[in-house]
Write a protein that binds this ligand. Structure first.
Ligand code: ADP
Length: 363
């Protein structure tokens, strides 16, 4: 079986730990997390890509600062590693307020929510990652906090319990989710806007690689940066990880500078192919193509064949394969495209869809 990529790479990962046999995409260790944090852009200026989103946010942040009101609550949606947590910190920095970070699974009872909310200062940002995984009772108590900046507490037990309403400072809730479809309608309604982060284009990815290399004082030429970018699944977090691995090869086998040839040979050896697909992606494609004849096939059947969790496939593997045109979704299930057949070195049968429009942009 292929190596695994992690569902939860966020600040408060709470999925069960999973075995990992990969050098390339390890369980996010403390060292890895610190490394990613060190590379985080600090302000809008440094945040590469997602231009529409950034332009709109600039206006909202400027308006909040001028009008002296708190920024609206926003929901940030998109696959892991695209920059949701980074953006929450950038927004906090731009507003000049403190960012408090938590996650849906970490807020496991009402008391935990109460202590988070009462620690907020006026105008602060509360970032809740994986917000679709909040428990219903916690979520219900979040509504009055979001709407009216108040929180209902019961003091005491039984017949003597007294309801007390606490006034909270005006704060901004930034929710992040990899599964917008799992958010309840009442929670969705309470966000002023929902932003979908998109995969990065090749030139943006190359700029991210060059920026990270400069921060880490790694020598890289522009063709080397493009090669690392091309193989990073259009995802900044993966680019940063691969950059570190490739640097090791450049130091040992070259003169320390990452060139296109060094990047390509290092990434081949790390089993990241020229389209950026890793063993898990390729295993998904070969199950659909070889075992299910190209589909259509349901995600549960694919997950069972791969001995993989359905959630991992839906949240981590499929979004990129769909976006890059290797797979399509039909009412009867997933279908491999002609691009996927060719990627596996097979001739596509005439009946399969041709492939995605993103190919040109991403690769
Ligand atoms: P998410 O919260 O969506 O899982 P993160 O915000 O943790 O993703 O981003 C992962 C890493 O990728 C960050 O540490 C940061 O270094 C890098 N990164 C993300 N978005 C950008 C961007 N737009 N520009 C530069 N680097 C980025």
């Amino acid at each position: 079986m292929g190596r695994k990529r992690h569902l939860d790479d966020g600040p408060a990962a709470a999925m069960p730990a999973r075995a990992d046999d990969s050098e390339v995409v390890p369980t996010e260790s403390l060292g890895e997390r610190a490394y990613q944090v060190a590379l985080r852009p600090q302000c809008f200026e440094e945040y590469i890509g997602q231009r529409d989103l950034i332009d709109n946010l600039r206006v909202s942040v400027q308006a909040a600062k001028q009008g002296d009101w708190s920024l609206d609550h926003f929901l940030l949606a998109g696959p892991p590693g695209l920059g949701k947590t980074t953006l929450a910190h950038v927004i906090g920095n731009e507003l000049g307020v403190k960012v408090h970070v938590s996650s849906g699974p970490a807020i496991d009872h009402k008391g935990m929510l109460a202590s988070l909310l009462t620690s907020l200062g006026e105008g602060d940002v509360l970032f809740i990652d994986e917000i679709h995984r909040l428990q219903a009772v916690v979520e219900e108590n979040l509504y009055p906090a979001m709407e009216d900046f108040k929180f209902d507490l019961f003091i005491g037990d039984g017949p003597h319990a007294k309801a007390v309403t606490m006034k909270l400072p005006r704060f901004t809730l930034l929710g992040a989710t990899t599964r917008m479809g799992l958010l309840s309608a009442p929670l969705l309604d309470r966000f002023g806007f929902h932003w979908q982060l998109g995969y990065y284009e090749l030139d943006e990815m190359a700029a991210i690689v060059e920026r990270s290399a400069a921060l880490l004082r790694i020598g890289i030429d522009s063709a080397g940066a493009v090669e690392v970018a091309r193989r990073s699944r259009s995802t900044p977090r993966i680019a940063n990880r691969l950059l570190r691995r490739v640097r090791d090869f450049a130091a040992v086998e070259g003169d320390g500078t990452i060139t296109r040839a060094i990047a390509a040979s290092a990434l081949d050896r790390l089993r990241v192919d020229h389209a950026g697909l890793d063993a898990l992606d390729r295993s998904y494609l070969s199950v659909v193509v070889e075992r299910f004849d190209g589909g259509p096939v349901g995600v549960d059947a694919i997950a069972a064949s791969m001995s993989e969790e359905r959630g991992t496939l839906e949240e981590v593997v499929e979004p990129f394969l769909l976006q890059a045109g290797f797979v399509t979704r039909t009412p009867r299930g997933r279908m491999a495209t002609a691009t996927a057949f060719r990627h596996l070195g097979l001739r596509p049968p005439g009946r399969v869809p041709s492939g995605g429009s993103m190919q040109g942009k991403l690769f």
